[in-house]
Write a protein that binds this ligand. Structure first.
Ligand SMILES: NC(=O)c1ccc[n+]([C@@H]2O[C@H](COP(=O)([O-])OP(=O)(O)OC[C@H]3O[C@@H](n4cnc5c(N)ncnc54)[C@H](OP(=O)(O)O)[C@@H]3O)[C@@H](O)[C@H]2O)c1
Length: 237
């Protein structure tokens, strides 16, 4: 049976590339894209929906997709590291309650509330893969540099949401899978201000998505709750 796929954050560098990848995939029937501004993708498979974590009323825009027969894959490719007002904190001095709330709102609360909203669709589907874009810097055991308090801790909290979700999903369907995936360092608006400091490989969005889609195709329910990198290696919490 052909697959229906949902991509949240389809306006982002990585989300856009996932959308292109699955548009070209013969096994994909329909792609629902969620973005703050409606996408301009011109493809008959794509249904584009306006959606913003910060505008509660836009959750109602998702009602129509709850009517789909089933969903195979949900990719949550939203996230913020910085905005015009927010800079990743280098030290405690830079932390503010307002910025912590904003970063957690987009990186943690939004993604899990989105999955809550989609639950009726997930429940009537078989073997759904729910993929959250996380980040290696969210790994507590991997943290040797410090800094980026809100981003790092929001991704750690997201990883816990993924673990919790994986446990709950198993209770009603053992065939569902929820994982986090680290895309590598990828050229995008999110990473752009920091790329000059990077000493390892930097991927284009297309290179990263090519690798991540291989990981996504191979994961199975036994992997649920874990976080992987773009090569499919487990990242410790
Ligand atoms: N790039 C990297 O090197 C890297 C590394 C590790 C992890 N990641 C993770 O990968 C994911 C995608 O990042 P990216 O590099 O593709 O960044 P990006 O190009 O900045 O894309 C971020 C996406 O999040 C959306 N977004 C921001 N605020 C939102 C809100 N309030 N409601 C709904 N959507 C919102 C953006 O929408 P607009 O287009 O409307 O702003 C955009 O679609 C993120 O979770 C990021 O943490 C990226």
């Amino acid at each position: 049976m052909k697959k229906n796929i949902l991509i949240a954050g389809s306006s982002g560098a990585i989300g856009r590339e996932f959308t292109k990848f699955y548009s070209d995939d013969e096994d994909t029937a329909k792609i629902v894209t969620l973005s703050r501004k409606k996408n301009d993708f011109d493809h008959k498979k794509i249904l584009s929906i306006e959606f913003d974590y910060s505008k509660e009323e836009t959750f109602n825009n998702l009602d129509e997709i709850l009517e789909l027969e089933s969903i195979s894959t949900i990719i949550v490719a939203t996230g913020i590291l910085h905005t015009d007002q927010i800079k990743p904190e280098k030290s405690l001095d830079a932390i503010s309650s307002e910025n912590l709330k904003k970063v957690f709102h987009v990186n943690v609360f939004g993604p899990i509330l989105l999955v809550k909203k989609l639950l009726p669709l997930i429940k009537k589907s078989q073997g759904v893969k729910i993929i959250f874009l996380t980040a290696r810097v969210g790994s507590i055991s991997d943290n040797e540099l410090g800094g980026w308090y809100s981003y790092r801790s929001s991704k750690s909290a997201l990883n816990m949401m993924i673990k919790n979700l994986s446990i709950e999903l198993k209770r009603f369907n053992k065939n569902h899978t929820a994982i986090g995936i680290h895309p590598g360092t990828v050229k995008s608006g999110l990473s752009e201000p920091f790329l000059r400091f990077v000493k390892h490989d930097i991927f284009s969005p297309s290179e990263s998505v090519q690798l991540m889609t291989q990981v996504i195709s191979k994961i199975s329910p036994k992997d649920s709750g874990r976080c992987f990198d773009f090569l499919g290696k487990v990242i410790g919490h």
